[in-house]
Design a protein around this ligand. Structure first.
Ligand SMILES: *[C@@H]1O[C@H](CO)[C@@H](O)[C@H](O)[C@H]1NC(C)=O
Ligand SMILES: *[C@@H]1O[C@H](CO)[C@@H](O)[C@H](O)[C@H]1NC(C)=O
Ligand SMILES: *[C@@H]1O[C@H](CO)[C@@H](O)[C@H](O)[C@H]1NC(C)=O
Ligand SMILES: *[C@@H]1O[C@H](CO)[C@@H](O)[C@H](O)[C@H]1NC(C)=O
Ligand SMILES: *[C@@H]1O[C@H](CO)[C@@H](O)[C@H](O)[C@H]1NC(C)=O
Ligand SMILES: *[C@@H]1O[C@H](CO)[C@@H](O)[C@H](O)[C@H]1NC(C)=O
Ligand SMILES: *[C@@H]1O[C@H](CO)[C@@H](O)[C@H](O)[C@H]1NC(C)=O
Ligand SMILES: *[C@@H]1O[C@H](CO)[C@@H](O)[C@H](O)[C@H]1NC(C)=O
Ligand SMILES: *[C@@H]1O[C@H](CO)[C@@H](O)[C@H](O)[C@H]1NC(C)=O
Ligand SMILES: *[C@@H]1O[C@H](CO)[C@@H](O)[C@H](O)[C@H]1NC(C)=O
Length: 849
């Protein structure tokens, strides 16, 4: 008996559940001609009654194709027989095909069901449990509307589905998550810059996941007991992940959409940016003032201020002349610091502007339906938009980047406004004179245009919850046409990932052995393989400080682990206290950058003595931890594991962890418990069962799955080390280059059984073909084993110090059988052994005397 044999099922509950929806009268489908394939089966689907045509036209004939991609991933694809619906090309978002396994080797099973009413349904099972079950809910498959509904338990623990500023655990009874990339300043629970139709669910201590591969606008609605997808086109292309741990799910998802790309080590340093610097000289002062304040600064960023008339690839001749920018870059490099600049996709429509003239000649811009260039409005005025589908676009974009980077070889690029953002609705610049610069629309208060409801691309029958008058607002109109003949309607959510992918390829052509650093505002499933991300235009509020944790954790699920929020808040004036607390948290975002808007008061973290002190202390912890954080990042590269993790990923059986987004872990060993409340000088923080050691004074906290109140003076952030773990560290420094010249140290935090384990990944931090070294550490019974696991990178610095937490009474060490001299400092429960010189590339056994 095949596990997918048709079974009839009743749907008493489901009928009541779906009775309220207008699509409940839809007939659903009936499956026939179920045929085995090497790793699954396919079936023909036909409408199971008269078409309902509620939000478009029912497509009468579909194909269901089920493939067991691997032992932990199941692919269920329902597409139109004619294959006329738009599907994402492999070149845009390549997916892993899997090797294919027999149903019997899969951790997931599927069974088809049939109910009346409702028609065809399917259940995805892990063991005896249905992790996705559409039984009783009619499948609606129309040209502009697809609806699929699955049962989930009442009060389900669901994470993911974004991008949207929200608390980490989604409200299972009342969440409408809209996926339609939008330039919006982080409004609560609304759709913002990226689209990630992936979620994971925690049930009885185990996780599983589901991903819908579809580029169209959609709503994903959680109402008590159900998750419902309402999609504006394409196909129902689902992948299910068996878990069972959270890391397994993210690993299985990123295996499909692409593992995070490697980053240069320096990207883990601290970054400073603001919009509103008035000159190169002012940025020079900022760099000097960080140095003066003894706050590490790895990279100086400049926003659109450097440009001439805010045109890409140009320099303001007065305030940011190229020659001065070149000198600044040389000075930064001389101090082992870096420069990153912003680049927007929109190109000023101006025949005297060479990037436009060349792109026009090469025919690379998005078109109106009549074949003329589509002209929106962004910072430089009327602008055209590169069409990443155009056949000449890579040659043109490569030429522009070459000219720019040959003149100023910056270290990283920041891709902003790539939703793509446009300030007017429609092709507002069509027919305007070349080079005309209109006033900003929000200063001129124009009434919104009438919406053409007879054009189904402008006003699709189902209105997703995009909080604008129409879905074409703030972006390229949905009727605009790409070079492959496809309307923007279908590919809108792909604009940012396409820009980032091409830009990365070009940087790779320029420097084949380097690791590009790219930061992209707009993302899509798989963007982690091409770019890093920040959470966009947040506000300098306590609420946004708190919510930034959830946003950073979301991007761990989305496979983009290199992520952070604008420290101290982008919009609005921050305060000394908020900024101090924010750098204390932001020092532990995987991507750590302070940034603010032009109209707000300056907030470089040296501006207040308290913030500077908070920054020095928190960043000293970050920098010390960089060998550990880089190792965590390598786990992301190799296995997809998030760097910043919620407690629930590590402690799924701890009820209080389920909705905790007030703390975060780095990897599985470091717990950050920031203050998120104004005026607070203590923090109530969850400590899962086990011992935790204070980073600073090594005192132990005994975790009991309950809150512990910790002192949190203004300049202090609580950091704890999980017992049973070994943390590789280096001495904090002002730059990552200086840090890497220092010796290594290990913090060995023993658990109740007296043991600890850890690992360290090392390479040159710059090149793609660098040799590497993976080391494993194991401590037990007063013995430490250092075991190289793979690679031949000759670690240039020795291990000089061991900090043993929970190991009293040590008098000395024997290394590979030979007693060696070292300094011993035993205080209370712990012992610090220093002045060691142990190389880190040979197997080594260290025993304590
Ligand atoms: C089913 O999917 C597999 C892999 O995704 C593909 O190779 C095959 O062509 C598909 N078959 C049909 C009938 O669509
Ligand atoms: C559901 O969520 C919406 C949007 O966040 C909110 O306006 C509404 O009040 C919520 N309804 C309930 C019953 O909580
Ligand atoms: C840098 O510090 C100097 C001395 O405190 C101060 O005068 C100047 O305004 C600062 N400039 C910036 C851009 O921070
Ligand atoms: C058009 O581009 C040229 C060359 O970059 C520039 O000098 C000119 O100011 C631009 N025109 C406008 C109106 O921005
Ligand atoms: C590519 O650019 C060339 C000019 O360099 C132009 O002649 C040609 O038409 C363009 N090709 C396409 C397909 O747009
Ligand atoms: C509205 O859209 C329809 C369908 O594309 C088109 O035929 C019509 O001309 C449009 N009306 C206006 C006023 O633009
Ligand atoms: C920020 O502070 C400046 C100067 O005090 C003030 O002009 C501006 O209105 C403030 N902005 C906000 C959003 O409060
Ligand atoms: C633990 O502390 C958090 C944050 O202060 C609070 O929201 C939560 O209710 C506390 N839990 C318990 C069980 O006291
Ligand atoms: C611990 O080490 C000591 C001396 O090295 C040895 O005698 C003893 O058997 C070890 N105990 C265990 C449990 O391995
Ligand atoms: C010392 O370490 C033990 C575990 O090794 C722990 O139980 C105890 O609480 C610690 N004492 C202090 C004062 O930290």
């Amino acid at each position: 008996m095949h596990s997918w044999a048709l079974t009839a099922a009743l749907c008493a509950l489901a009928v009541a559940d779906c009775g309220a929806r207008s699509t409940s009268g839809c007939p659903g489908y009936r499956a026939s001609h179920v045929t085995d394939t090497p790793h699954g089966f396919h079936a023909a689907l036909t409408l199971d009654g008269p078409a309902c045509n509620v939000l478009g036209n029912d497509i009468p004939e579909l194909t269901l194709n089920v493939t067991f991609d691997s032992s932990s991933r199941l692919h269920v694809h329902i597409e139109d027989l004619a294959r006329a619906q738009y599907q994402i090309p492999d070149t845009v978002a390549p997916l892993d095909q899997g090797t294919g396994v027999d149903a019997s080797s899969s951790g997931l099973r599927i069974s088809l069901t049939h109910s009346s009413p409702g028609g065809l349904g399917f259940r995805v099972l892990r063991g005896g449990e249905a992790i996705f079950d559409t039984t009783g809910h009619p499948l609606v498959f129309e040209d502009q509307y697809i609806e699929i509904t699955s049962h989930v338990p009442s009060g389900a623990n669901i994470y993911g589905l974004g991008e949207s500023p929200d608390w980490f655990r989604r409200d299972p009874a009342n969440t409408t998550r809209t996926l339609w990339n939008r330039d919006a300043a982080d409004p609560f629970r609304e759709n913002v810059y990226g689209s990630h139709a992936v979620y994971m669910e925690l049930r009885d201590g185990q996780f599983h996941g589901a991903y819908l591969h579809n580029s169209h606008g959609m709503d994903v609605v959680l109402s008590d007991g159900a998750i419902q997808y309402r999609v504006l086109g394409g196909t129902a292309d689902f992948y299910f992940f068996a878990g069972p741990s959270a890391l397994d799910v993210v690993g299985q998802y990123t295996e499909l959409v692409g593992r995070p790309s490697r980053i240069p080590f320096w990207a883990l340093g601290f970054h400073n940016c603001r919009w509103g610097y008035r000159s190169v000289g002012e940025v020079d002062q900022v760099i000097a003032n960080y140095s003066q304040a003894r706050i590490p600064l790895e990279a100086a960023w400049t926003d659109i201020d450097y440009m001439d008339g805010m045109r890409d690839f140009s320099f303001d001749a007065e305030a940011f002349p190229l020659a001065d920018m070149q000198r600044q870059l040389e000075r930064l490099h001389a101090h082992k610091q870096r420069m990153v600049l912003i680049v927007d996709p929109a190109i000023q429509a101006n025949r005297s502007y060479a990037p436009y003239a060349r792109g026009h000649e090469m025919d690379v811009f998005v078109k109106n339906a009549d074949g003329s260039e589509y002209v929106g409005q962004v910072w430089p005025g009327y602008t055209v938009f590169p069409d990443w589908f155009a056949s000449n676009v890579s040659r043109w974009w490569a030429g522009e980047l070459d000219r720019f980077l040959d003149a100023l070889p910056i270290d990283g690029m920041w891709l902003d406004m790539n939703e793509a953002s446009s300030f007017c609705t429609g092709s507002c610049g069509s027919g305007r004179p070349s080079g005309e610069v209109p006033g900003l629309p929000w200063l001129t208060e124009q009434p919104h245009r009438p919406i053409n409801r007879s054009n189904p691309l402008l006003a699709p029958p189902y209105a997703i919850h995009n909080p604008e008058a129409e879905i074409s607002d703030k972006t390229i109109e949905t009727t605009a046409i790409h070079a492959n003949g496809v309307a923007e309607y279908h590919v809108h959510n792909l604009y940012g990932i396409m820009e980032a992918r091409l830009t990365r390829e070009i940087l790779q052509w320029r420097q084949p052995n380097a690791r590009p650093f790219l930061l992209s505002r707009s993302t899509f499933a798989g963007s982690g393989a091409v770019a890093s991300h920040w959470t966009g235009d947040n506000s300098a509020t306590w609420r946004d400080l708190h919510m930034s944790i959830a946003s950073v954790l979301d991007f761990g699920i989305f496979g983009i682990p290199m992520v952070g929020a604008d420290i101290c808040g982008f919009m609005g004036n921050t305060t000394m206290e908020l900024c101090a607390r924010w750098i204390e948290l932001g020092a532990f975002y995987p991507f750590s950058r302070v940034h603010n808007t032009k109209d707000a008061e300056p907030q470089e973290i040296y501006r207040w003595s308290e913030v500077a002190e908070a920054g020095r202390r928190a960043l000293a912890v970050r920098y010390a931890l960089l060998p550990y954080i880089y190792t965590c990042y390598q786990d992301a590269v190799e296995r997809g594991w998030p760097v910043a993790r919620p407690l629930v990923f590590e402690f799924p059986a701890t009820p209080a962890a389920v909705d905790n987004d007030r703390q975060l872990m780095l990897g599985d060993s470091i717990l950050i418990s920031p203050v998120l409340v104004e005026g607070a000088r203590s923090v109530s923080a969850l400590f899962p069962r086990g011992l935790w050691y204070d980073w600073y004074d090594h005192s132990a906290v005994v975790g009991a799955n309950a809150n512990v109140t910790l002192a949190a003076p203004l300049e202090h952030v609580n950091v704890h080390i999980r017992a049973g773990r070994i943390i590789p560290v280096q001495h904090p420094a002002m730059t990552t280059a200086e840090l890497r010249r220092g010796d290594f140290e290990l913090i060995i935090a023993v658990d109740e059984s007296g043991g600890a384990t850890g690992s360290l990944y090392l390479d040159d931090g710059e090149t793609l073909d660098s040799p590497h070294q993976w080391l494993r550490f194991a401590y037990k019974n007063r013995s430490l084993w250092i075991s190289p696991q793979s690679g031949c990178y000759a670690v240039p610095r020795p291990l000089a110090k061991l900090t043993l937490l929970g190991v009293p009474g040590v008098r000395g060490v024997v290394v590979n059988g030979v007693p060696v001299a070292c300094a011993v400092d035993a205080t209370g429960n712990s012992t610090v052994l220093s002045a060691l010189r142990i190389n880190l590339y040979d197997p080594t056994h260290i025993s304590l005397l």
